[in-house]
Write a protein that binds this ligand. Structure first.
Ligand code: MET
Length: 385
């Protein structure tokens, strides 16, 4: 009896170990489709789906199509962990593009790393993300590469800038990481930080912080937060009379924020890891396809999510030429795929990219844009020279 049981157990185990890769090839997308973080997540879903359609139309992986499997992470750690676990153990994906927030990545990525499932972060920009583990990389350039550009641009617009106020969401890993870079860069540029104010991503009323900022007579305000909080903060800053320049971080890099701050978003300076005018053939195709469908320029979060899916497909193609993907053992494929991702070079909408030894993106060009509102709900990011 005992022997039969252990035999059964053994064969179940070896079955699990010998699990083949399903076709179409499943790639997991774990982003925020609900909660406030879905202001970014919606753009990521669009970008990922465009990649699926576009890459399958061009033969997928050596003739085998890919299939995206979506698991909503919502906006918190528990949601991301749950989504990752489902994708890894239930949906048997070859790898995961996600999650939306760095705050979620620090909790969910270690689960994939332990399971040896490659993760490509599509928007996680906090310091330390690729260092979570060998299976974690990202196509979203870190705050260290992005944030300083916005401050330099603010100084270009107003070379007389001297006194600045810094505000950040203290309960969010990305925001605390980004404000560190903003504050260091401000000091490096000889700006005088008159006040540092904290808030929560769940806050709606910023009277205390705005009052403190107005009391300092600053000529630049620098904000690190997510979309809803930052949008409301900007609105209240302007309504209470602040007239100077505003630099927003990555959390302000979405038109989903426009209805929140409305006309008050006008003029906010935001650094970019993507430009719709980037001249590569890969971007021209992506931007054309996006524009045809959505009647506007593609946003950064869509371009990065598209790139995440593309990197998986490009790396899978290399492995498929050695042995058809359907013939691989899933566990072995995940390991080989991670290795291939890290050594590859990719022609993407973000330009040509590769990864450093930790899995951080090596990207050629960055940009800065300024928000231009047409009315209370609609606006654009105008790219600056
Ligand atoms: N860059 C953010 C992060 O790493 C996510 C999107 S913008 C708030 O959490």
């Amino acid at each position: 009896m005992k022997r039969t049981l252990s035999l059964l157990l053994l064969s179940a185990l070896s079955l699990a170990a010998a699990q083949k890769v399903a076709t179409p090839i499943a790639i997991g997308i774990a982003v925020a489709q609900t909660s406030n973080a879905s202001l970014f997540g919606q753009e990521q879903v669009i970008g990922a789906k465009l990649a699926e359609k576009f890459l399958n139309a061009r033969g997928g992986v050596g003739g085998t199509p890919i299939k995206l499997v979506f698991q909503d992470t919502s906006g918190d750690e528990a949601g991301a962990i749950n989504a990752f676990q489902n994708l890894i153990s239930k949906d048997n994906v070859v790898g995961i593009v996600g999650p939306t927030l760095s705050q979620q990545a620090f909790s969910a990525d270690p689960i994939a790393d332990r399971a040896k499932v490659p993760v490509i972060g599509p928007s996680n920009t906090a310091k330390g993300i690729p260092q979570i583990g060998a299976y974690i990389s990202r196509v979203s350039a870190p705050v260290t590469a992005i944030a300083p550009n916005a401050l330099k641009q603010a100084l270009k617009i107003n070379p007389k800038l001297k006194k600045v106020a810094v505000l950040y969401a203290q309960n969010d890993a990305f925001s605390t990481s980004e404000t560190g870079i903003f504050q260091q860069t401000a000091k490096d540029l000889d700006l005088n930080i008159a006040t540092v104010q904290k808030f929560q991503t769940t806050d709606n009323d910023f009277t205390t912080q705005v009052t403190a900022v107005l009391g300092e007579n600053v000529d630049l305000v620098i904000i690190s937060g997510l979309a809803n909080d930052s949008g409301n903060l900007i609105k209240q800053l302007r309504q209470l009379g602040y007239k100077g320049l505003i630099v927003g971080g990555n959390g302000l890099n979405s038109s989903s924020m426009f209805p929140i701050c409305g006309q008050y978003c006008d003029g906010v300076i935001v650094a970019q890891a993507y430009s719709p005018t980037q001249s590569s053939a890969a971007n021209q195709l992506f931007a054309r396809e996006y524009k045809a469908q959505y009647k506007k320029d593609p946003p950064q979060f869509a371009a990065q999510a598209y790139t995440g899916v593309q990197v998986f497909v490009d790396a899978l193609k290399v492995l498929d030429r050695k042995k058809k993907i359907a013939d691989w053992d899933l566990g072995e494929l995940r390991v080989a795929l991670n290795k291939q991702i890290l050594i590859g070079k990719y022609k993407t909408p973000l330009g040509e990219l590769s990864f450093d030894k930790d899995g951080d993106i090596v990207q050629q060009a960055f940009y800065v844009a300024q928000i231009k509102m047409k009315d209370a709900k609609n606006g654009t990011f105008v790219f600056l020279k």
